[in-house]
Ligand binder design. Structure first.
Ligand SMILES: Nc1ncnc2c1ncn2[C@@H]1O[C@H](COP(=O)(O)OP(=O)(O)O)[C@@H](O)[C@H]1O
Ligand SMILES: O=C(O)C1=C[C@@H](OP(=O)(O)O)[C@@H](O)[C@H](O)C1
Ligand SMILES: [Mg+2]
Length: 199
C-alpha cells in the first residue's frame, strides 16, 4: 500500500514574507528574525541592487528604467530569484501591491504584515533619502496618498503586527510567534493543494 502523502515531510521550513509600508521595519525585523530562525535573510531591495549593480534611486531616476522596471525586477525576484524555503524575505513596501502578488506570496510561504502610523512612518523614513517615492517636497502628503492606495492590500495580508512605540525585541518575538503559529496551517494547505498523490 502507498504511504499517505504528507507534503509537510519534505517542506518543513516555509519562507516568511514580511510585507508592509515603507518604514514599518521589514528590513530591520527581518534580519533579526532570520537570525533567530537560522534562516537566510533576503531583502528584495538589497538583492535587486546587488543584481543590477546600482541603487534603487538610480533605477527610479533612469528614464529607460524607472518604477515600472523596478516593479518588474521585484516580480522576477519573487518568481525565480530566491529559494523556496528557509528564508525570511523582507519585501520592499510596494512589492506586494502588484496585481496577484499577495496571493502568490501566500502560496509561497507565510505572510506577515508590519504596520505603523503615518507619523511613525514619516519619522522612520526621513533619516535618509534612499526611498525615491518619498524624496519629494511634502513626504507626508505622499505617504498619505500611497498608504490610502495600498491599505486594502496590506489589510488582506493576514497577520498584521503593530510596531508603533514598541521596542524591536518585542516585535521580533511577536513575528516569531505568529510565524510558528501559522506554519502548521500553511503546511496543511500545501499538502491539500498538492492533491492526494503529492506535488
Ligand atoms: N520598532 C522600531 N522602533 C524604532 N525604530 C525602528 C523600528 N523598526 C524600525 N525602525 C527604524 O526605522 C527605520 C526604517 O526601518 P526599515 O527596517 O528600513 O523599514 P522598512 O524595511 O520597512 O522600510 C530604520 O532606521 C530602523 O532602524
Ligand atoms: O513602498 C515602495 O514602493 C518602496 C519601498 C522601498 O522598500 P522599503 O519598504 O523597505 O523601504 C523600496 O522598495 C522602494 O523605495 C519602493
Ligand atoms: Mg526595507
Amino acid at each position: 500500500m502507498m504511504p499517505p502523502s504528507d507534503a509537510s515531510s519534505s517542506f518543513s521550513a516555509p519562507n516568511l514574507y514580511l510585507v508592509g509600508f515603507m518604514g514599518t521595519g521589514k528590513t530591520t525585523i527581518g534580519r533579526a528574525v532570520a537570525q533567530r530562525l537560522k534562516y537566510r535573510l533576503l531583502d528584495s531591495d538589497y538583492e535587486i541592487e546587488k543584481a543590477m549593480g546600482k541603487t534603487i534611486p538610480e533605477i527610479f531616476a533612469n528614464p529607460d528604467e524607472g518604477e515600472p522596471f523596478f516593479r518588474q525586477l521585484e516580480r522576477n525576484f519573487i518568481d525565480e530569484g530566491h529559494p523556496p524555503e528557509n528564508c525570511v524575505v523582507a519585501c520592499g513596501g510596494g512589492l506586494v501591491v502588484q496585481p496577484g502578488m499577495l496571493d502568490l506570496l501566500k502560496r509561497k510561504g507565510v505572510v506577515v504584515c508590519l504596520h505603523a502610523s503615518l507619523e511613525t512612518i514619516l519619522k522612520r523614513t526621513s533619516a535618509n533619502r534612499n526611498r525615491p517615492l518619498l524624496d519629494v517636497e511634502d513626504p507626508m502628503d505622499r505617504i498619505r496618498a500611497l498608504y490610502k492606495e495600498r491599505e486594502p492590500v496590506y489589510k488582506r495580508a493576514g497577520a498584521v503586527i503593530l510596531t508603533d512605540h514598541r521596542p524591536t525585541s518585542d516585535i521580533i518575538s511577536h513575528v516569531m510567534r505568529v510565524y510558528r503559529r501559522e506554519v502548521p496551517d500553511w503546511l496543511k494547505k500545501q499538502a491539500k493543494a498538492a492533491g492526494p498523490h503529492g506535488g
